[in-house]
Design a protein around this ligand. Structure first.
Ligand code: MG
Length: 408
C-alpha cells in the first residue's frame, strides 16, 4: 500500500468567524503554529503515511506553501498544496487529484480536528490493510439522538443508541473507489458531509474503527477554549561532564573547584580559569534545555575568554536557562580525582555554589571519589567532574506525547 493523506484546510469557518475575529479555524494559532499543522505533524508521525496533500482556500495557497517551506522542524515527508472548492466534497476532489501517481490508499482528514492521535490513524490504516474499502472512526454518541420533523419542532422517533455512531476523520479509502464515488457524486449532484457516505451510496462497505472523544471538531466558540492549553511544567534532567589535565606546578592555572581555590593541588591546563567543576555544572544546566555545550558557547579559540572566571560563564548559562523557562532545582555533583582531597573544601564549595546559583545548600550535593589508582585520575594526570542537574521546565509544548484513550 502506498498511503497519502489529504488535510482539508479549505473551510471558511463561517460559524466561528465572529469569535475568532475572522480567522478560519484551521489557521488559528496553536503552540506557535497554525492549527492545521498540528494534524499534519500527527499524520507525519505515522510511518505508513508517505505524503501529504494540503487543501487551502484559494487565496491562502501561496502564503501557506511559503509557511510550510520554512517550518522548523519540517514535516519530514513530501507534501503538496492545492486550492479547494466551494463545498467540502469539492475540496476533497481537488485533494484526490493532487495525490502522487503511486498512491493507492488515502486518508482524508479535517484540519478542524487537530487532536486526532497517531494511534487512531494507525487503527484506520490497519483496517485498510485488512482489505476494507472504506474506514471511519466512530464513537457512541454521548447524547440521545432523536429524529425530528423537517422544521425541527417535533420529535418523530428515537433511534436505538446502540446502533448509532458519530463518525470522525481521518477516514481511509482505496483511492480508486473514493475517486469513483466522487465522480458519481459530481455527475449525479449528490451532497455529502463526509466521504464515507458517498461510498455508502455506491453500495460499498464502510468499516468502523474506534474513534476518540478527544478527536472532536472545533466548531463552536466554546471549543476554542480547548485550544488555550495552559503551560505545562515538566521535570527535566541535565548531565554535565568535564575533564581537566594536570600540569607541572607553575605551568598551568592554580586549581579552583566551584570557584574555591584549592591550595597545594596541581595546576590545570586550561584556556579559562580551569574550574572543571563549574564547567561540568554549566554543561548540566545547558542539558536541561538542549542549549548546546560550553565548548560551543565559549570556544577555546576566543582570546576574550583567556583566563576568564568560570563563574561568569556559569552566569551566562544560567541566564539562558531562565530565558528558556528552566528553573534549576537541584544539583548532584561528583568530583573524581586521586588528588587533591576534596572533603576539606566541601562546605566552602557548596556555600559558594549556593551564592552563585541562588540554590539553598540543601539542594547542592557534592560527592567525591577516587578511581582506586586506576586510569588517568588514578595516575594523578587529571581530574574529572560529573554533574546531574534537576530542573522544572515550563513549556507550551508537551515534552511527552499524551496517550489518548479510545472511547468505544
Ligand atoms: Mg573544561
Amino acid at each position: 500500500m502506498h498511503i497519502e493523506a489529504v488535510v482539508l484546510a479549505a473551510g471558511q469557518g463561517a460559524r466561528l468567524r465572529e469569535a475568532t475575529g475572522g480567522t478560519p479555524k484551521q489557521f488559528l494559532p496553536w503552540q506557535g503554529e497554525p492549527l492545521y499543522i498540528r494534524s499534519a505533524r500527527t499524520l507525519a508521525r505515522c510511518a505508513r503515511v508517505r505524503g501529504l496533500v494540503f487543501v487551502f482556500p484559494e487565496a491562502d495557497v501561496e502564503a501557506e506553501k511559503r509557511r510550510l517551506n520554512t517550518l522548523q522542524p519540517d514535516l519530514g515527508l513530501p507534501w503538496r498544496a492545492v486550492a479547494g472548492g466551494a463545498r467540502r466534497q469539492d475540496s476533497v476532489r481537488q485533494g484526490l487529484a493532487a495525490l502522487s501517481d503511486q498512491t493507492d490508499t488515502v486518508l482524508v482528514h479535517d484540519a478542524a480536528r487537530p487532536f486526532a492521535s497517531p494511534e487512531l490513524i494507525n487503527r484506520v490504516i490497519d483496517a485498510l490493510e485488512q482489505g476494507a474499502e472504506g474506514v471511519v472512526p466512530g464513537i457512541m454518541p454521548a447524547d440521545t439522538i432523536k429524529h425530528v420533523s423537517a422544521d425541527g419542532s417535533t420529535v418523530e422517533s428515537t433511534p436505538d443508541r446502540d446502533r448509532l455512531t458519530a463518525v470522525q476523520t481521518p477516514q481511509g479509502f482505496s483511492v480508486a473507489i473514493l475517486r469513483e464515488a466522487h465522480a458519481r457524486a459530481a455527475a449525479e449532484a449528490w451532497e455529502a458531509t463526509d466521504d464515507a457516505s458517498l461510498l455508502e451510496r455506491c453500495g460499498r462497505t464502510v468499516r468502523v474503527v474506534h474513534g476518540e472523544r478527544s478527536n472532536s471538531k472545533i466548531t463552536s466558540p466554546e471549543d476554542l477554549i480547548r485550544l488555550e492549553r495552559p503551560m505545562e511544567t515538566v521535570f527535566v534532567t541535565g548531565y554535565g561532564y568535564d575533564v581537566h589535565r594536570y600540569t607541572e606546578k607553575g605551568r598551568g592555572r592554580p586549581l579552583r573547584l566551584g570557584g574555591i581555590p584549592i591550595p597545594g593541588a596541581p595546576d590545570v591546563s586550561a584556556h579559562s580559569d580551569g574550574d572543571v567543576l563549574l564547567h561540568a555544572l554549566a554543561d548540566a544546566v545547558l542539558g536541561c534545555f538542549a542549549g548546546g555545550d560550553i565548548g560551543q558557547l565559549f570556544p577555546d579559540s576566543d582570546p576574550a575568554l583567556e583566563g576568564i572566571n568560570s563563574a561568569i560563564l556559569l552566569d551566562e548559562v544560567w541566564c539562558r536557562a531562565t530565558a528558556a523557562n528552566v528553573r534549576i532545582t537541584h544539583l548532584d555533583i561528583t568530583v573524581i580525582a586521586q588528588i587533591p582531597p576534596v572533603a576539606p573544601h566541601r562546605e566552602a564549595i557548596r556555600k559558594n555554589l549556593s551564592r552563585l546559583t541562588g540554590l539553598n545548600t540543601s539542594c547542592i550535593s557534592l560527592k567525591a571519589t577516587t578511581e582506586e589508582g586506576l586510569g588517568f585520575t588514578g595516575e594523578r594526570k587529571g581530574i574529572k567532574v560529573a554533574v546531574a542537574a534537576s530542573a522544572l521546565r515550563l513549556s507550551g509544548a508537551p515534552a511527552h506525547r499524551t496517550i489518548l484513550r479510545s472511547d468505544v
